[in-house]
Design a protein around this ligand. Structure first.
Ligand code: ADE
Ligand code: ZN
Length: 342
């Protein structure tokens, strides 16, 4: 089964590029750019990755991103993630970036987006990996600051497919950004938002009804409302679930408690993603392997999760069909092989 998981072509829809900053690169860039980080060694960094909730992670994540200064740094960050895509058989990825983490430190929007974009272009040319970029607003900052960021992004509009909402969820409900998302929609951006990662179901309702989003990032708290579950099933709204992240940030006590299999069995459109893999003990394959080891997912479940990601992505219908065919080729192949042996 683990070999099967590794072989399947996959899409990733919930990945913060700043969350793919491995300790080794963080240490190297801190030295190069003479940025002070509160660690003396790579081992020290790894030891600090012990989180009690979302906020305890975000504090460390924002501090780590301080080492990213030049366009080359953003290129290296993104390229390292692309190499992981290759390793994990990810053939399409939709990556988040948080421009405000960087512009607030005096790094230009252009530096950030150009470094990321160049690496993604190379990924397409060298490996055939396709991608989209989604810009997230930090929800702990003001509506005004989100509007400013939206304005700044317009120079690079062709490179950004959509907008999202991330950072500290509790106390920063989607309604705070209703007008920003309305404007982003009018400008032609696709819309997603983190909702129901830690906060109550009202945050998911607000994301759907006020922000009018097309995908919910996380959404695992939806399990607390049967009415909401029915709606998510009926409308087949994608949930970009991040199992390792939920375990590391103590959304669930342990892997056996994770509700992704329940959501899948209820008929919701759930997908598997790595969120911040450098901080959460593994990339996409490891998330699938952990689910398989703990929740008794079968081959059909895994293929369904993988197909959901392609169907829920922002690629053309034509490319979706092409990618789904590639998934089926591996799946069918396996079934024929099994039939021969058993
Ligand atoms: N930014 C990076 N990872 C995040 C997460 N899991 N939730 C909210 N904001 C984030
Ligand atoms: Zn996230």
């Amino acid at each position: 089964m683990i070999e099967f998981i590794k072989k399947l072509p996959k899409a990733e829809l919930h990945l913060h590029i700043e969350g793919s900053l491995e300790p080794e690169l963080m240490f190297k860039l801190a030295k190069k750019n003479q940025i002070k980080i509160p660690y003396n060694s790579i081992e020290d960094i790894k030891k600090a990755y012990n989180f009690s909730n979302l906020q305890s992670f975000l504090d460390i994540y924002y501090a780590g991103a301080n080492v990213l200064i030049t366009k080359d740094d953003f290129y290296s960050l993104t390229w390292e993630y692309i190499l992981k895509c290759k390793e994990n058989n990810i053939i399409h990825t939709e990556i988040f970036f948080d421009p405000q983490i960087h512009t607030s430190r005096g790094i230009s929007f252009k530096t950030v987006i150009c470094g990321i974009k160049e690496a993604l272009e190379d990924a397409r040319n060298k490996f055939g990996i396709t991608s989209n970029i989604i810009m997230c607003f930090l929800r702990h900052l003001s509506e005004d600051e989100a509007f400013k960021t939206l304005e700044e992004s317009l120079l690079f509009k062709d490179s950004i497919i959509g907008v999202g909402l991330d950072s500290s969820e509790i106390g920063n409900p989607p309604s705070k950004f209703e007008r920003v998302f309305k404007k982003a929609s009018e400008l032609g951006f696709k819309l997603v938002a983190h909702a129901g990662e830690e906060a109550e179901v009202s945050y998911i309702y607000e994301a759907l009804d006020l922000l009018k989003i097309q995908r919910i990032d996380h959404g695992v708290q939806s399990i607390k409302s049967n009415k909401l579950l029915e709606r998510l099933k009926e409308e087949q709204i994608p949930l970009t679930v991040c199992p390792n992240s939920n375990i590391e940030l103590k959304v669930f006590d342990n892997y056996k408690q994770h509700n992704i299999k329940k959501l899948l069995d209820l008929g919701l459109n759930v997908t598997v993603n790595s969120d911040d893999p450098a901080y959460f003990k593994g990339y996409l394959n490891q998330n699938f392997i952990n689910l398989y080891n703990n929740l008794e997912l079968n081959k059909e479940d895994i293929v369904k999760l993988v197909k959901n990601s392609f169907y829920s992505s922002f690629i053309s219908e034509k490319l979706k069909i092409e990618y789904i065919k590639r998934v089926d080729e591996i799946f069918e192949n396996k079934r024929i092989k099994n039939a021969r042996y058993y």
